[in-house]
Design a protein around this ligand. Structure first.
Ligand code: FAD
Length: 439
C-alpha cells in the first residue's frame, strides 16, 4: 500500500484523500488550521452550492483552454452528486444549482469528515507544511515541527482568497519552490470599487440590471469593433464581459452576483494598468427607443408632476435623484416641460450608466482567485506535475476558476477525485517496489 500525503484539508484536499483511499492508498492530510474544511462552511451563504446541472467547458476558465474540462469530464456533476448521495448528502436542486437538502454547508463537511474517518485517513491539523522535498523515491514533507514521508504528494492548499479560512497563498509558494510557474493570482468573484463620489448617496440600493466591463488604455483610438464603446472622454473601450441580475450599490462601488461574475475580467485589466469602466443598464428589458417612448408617454400622462417625482414607481428614489442630477435636470421642472434632449439624457443615465472601476476589493473579500499554478506544466489527464514526478495538484491552487453557481466547488471535487485516484494508483505500484512509511 502506497502512502499519499495531501497538503490542505479544504474541499479538493478532502476529496483527494477520499479518492486516494478508495484507490488503495494510506492517506494523510496536513492542514494548518485547527480544523479541516473551514472555507466550505461559508460557501453559498452557508448553504453550499456544491455543483450545477449546467456544465460545459466555458464554466472552467484558465489561461490553458480546455485543461479543466478534461478533468471535469472524468469526474463531473453526475459523479459528484452520486458520491455525495452515497455519503448521505441528499441533494436539492434549484434552477440547476445543487445544495444539500439540509440547507446547511456544515452537513456537507460533516459527511466528508465521516467518510474520512471511516476510511481511516490520518488528519494532522494545526500543522503547517513549509516545504516539499522530492527524494530519490517519494517525498519528504516538511512541517513547521517535524516531517512526513510519503510516496506521492497532492498539493491542495487553495488560493489567496478568504485567507481567514486558511488559504493564505502558501500553496503558491510551495509550488514555486518546486519549480512551477505561478500566474499572478488576482481576486475574482469580488466587489468592484469605483471612483465617483455619488456612491454614498445611493448605497444600499439593490436593482436588477446588466453590468458590462470595458477596458482600454488612455490613448487607445477607435478600432470600430462592434461591441466596443467610447467612454465619456471619447476613448475607445474594449468589451470584456457582461452579466445580468441583482446589482448592489455600496458606499465604495458595485457588488452582487452579476458584478462578481465579471470581476475576474476587471481584475486582470486593472492589473495590466488599463482604464476599466463598468456600464450598467438598469432597464435591460426595454431598448433605448422603448424607454424614451415610455418616458415621453409618462410625461404626457401627468405633465404637472415635478421631475423629482417623475420616475417614482419605476426605480428606487435614491437612483431617481442621481439620474436627474447626471442628466442635468432640475428637480422642480414640470414633467411636461422636459425636452426630448432631457429625456434622452435620462435614458442614457438609466441604460448607459457609466462608472470608473478603480480596484477590486481585497483577496480577503474575494470568493476565489483567477491565476495560480500554470496548468501548462501539469498533465491534463492525471494532474501530475510535469516538473516533479509524483507531485499532483488539486483545486484552486491551479490556474482554474469558475463563475458563481457551484463551478468552483465542482472543480475542487473533480480535480481532487482525479488527483487522489492517480496518486494512489501510482503510489501503490511504486511502494511495492520501494517500501515506504511515516516517521
Ligand atoms: C465566501 C465564499 C463563498 C463561496 N461559495 C461557493 C459556492 O457556493 N459554490 C462554489 O462552487 N464555490 C464557492 N466558493 C469557492 C470555493 O469555496 C473554493 O473554490 C473551494 O473551496 C476551493 O477549494 P480548495 O480545496 O482548492 O481550497 P480551500 O478550500 O481554500 O482549501 C485549502 C486548504 O489548504 C490549507 N492550507 C493552505 N496552505 C497550507 C499549508 N501550507 N499547510 C497546511 N495546510 C494549508 C488551508 O487552510 C485550507 O484548509 C466560495 C468561496 C468563498 C470564500
Amino acid at each position: 500500500m502506497g502512502h499519499v500525503i495531501v497538503i490542505g484539508g479544504g474541499a479538493s484536499g478532502m476529496m483527494a484523500a477520499i479518492s486516494a483511499s478508495y484507490h488503495g492508498a494510506e492517506v494523510t492530510i496536513v492542514e494548518h488550521m485547527e480544523r479541516i474544511g473551514k472555507k466550505l462552511l461559508s460557501t453559498g451563504n452557508g448553504k453550499c452550492n456544491f455543483t450545477n446541472a449546467r456544465q460545459s467547458p466555458e464554466f472552467y476558465l484558465s489561461e490553458n483552454g480546455h485543461f479543466a474540462w478534461k478533468i471535469v469530464s472524468r469526474f463531473g456533476q453526475k459523479e459528484t452528486c452520486a458520491l455525495f448521495q452515497e455519503l448521505g448528502v441528499y441533494p436539492k436542486e434549484r434552477n440547476g444549482y445543487y445544495y444539500p437538502y439540509s440547507g446547511q454547508a456544515s452537513s456537507v463537511l460533516d459527511a466528508l469528515r465521516m467518510e474520512l474517518a471511516r476510511l481511516g485517513v490520518g488528519i494532522r491539523t494545526g500543522q503547517e507544511c513549509v516545504g516539499v522535498i522530492p527524494k530519490k523515491s517519494g517525498f519528504c514533507v516538511k512541517l513547521a515541527d517535524g516531517e512526513l514521508v510519503g510516496d506521492k504528494v497532492v498539493l491542495a492548499a487553495g488560493s489567496k482568497a478568504a485567507a481567514k479560512t486558511g488559504s493564505d497563498g502558501s500553496g503558491y509558494r510551495l509550488a514555486k519552490a518546486l519549480g512551477h510557474h505561478v500566474i499572478t493570482p488576482l481576486p475574482a468573484l469580488v466587489q468592484l470599487k469605483c471612483a465617483e463620489d455619488f456612491y454614498k448617496g445611493i448605497a444600499g440600493v439593490r436593482i436588477q440590471g446588466t453590468v458590462s466591463i470595458y477596458a482600454g488604455s488612455r490613448n487607445e483610438t477607435k478600432k470600430g469593433l462592434c461591441q466596443n464603446v467610447l467612454d465619456k472622454g471619447g476613448r475607445e473601450k474594449r468589451f470584456l464581459a457582461s452579466d445580468q441580475g441583482e446589482i448592489q450599490l455600496t458606499t465604495y462601488g458595485i457588488s452582487g452576483i452579476p458584478v462578481f461574475q465579471v470581476s475576474r475580467y476587471a481584475a486582470k485589466a486593472l492589473h495590466e494598468g488599463e482604464n476599466v469602466m463598468a456600464r450598467m443598464d438598469f432597464m435591460p428589458e426595454l431598448s433605448q427607443e422603448g424607454l424614451l417612448d415610455a418616458l415621453a408617454r409618462r410625461a404626457l400622462a401627468r405633465p404637472q408632476k415635478k421631475a423629482e417625482d417623475f420616475l417614482t414607481g419605476m426605480f428606487p428614489g435614491k437612483l431617481n435623484a442621481l439620474w436627474l442630477r447626471l442628466s442635468g435636470i432640475e428637480r422642480m421642472t414640470a414633467a411636461g416641460a422636459l425636452s426630448s434632449t432631457a429625456l434622452r439624457a435620462l435614458v442614457r443615465a438609466i441604460k448607459q450608466f457609466e462608472t470608473r472601476v478603480v480596484a477590486t476589493n481585497s483577496y480577503g473579500q474575494a470568493q476565489v482567485c483567477r491565476g495560480g499554478v500554470d496548468t501548462r506544466e501539469v498533465d491534463a489527464g492525471t494532474l501530475e506535475s510535469q516538473k516533479v514526478p509524483g507531485l499532483y495538484f488539486a483545486g484552486e491552487v491551479l490556474d482554474v476558476d469558475g463563475p458563481c453557481g457551484g463551478y468552483n466547488l465542482q472543480w475542487a471535487w473533480s480535480s481532487g477525485y482525479v488527483a487522489g485516484k492517480e496518486a494512489a494508483n501510482h503510489a501503490s505500484c511504486e511502494s511495492v517496489k520501494h517500501g515506504t512509511g511515516m516517521r
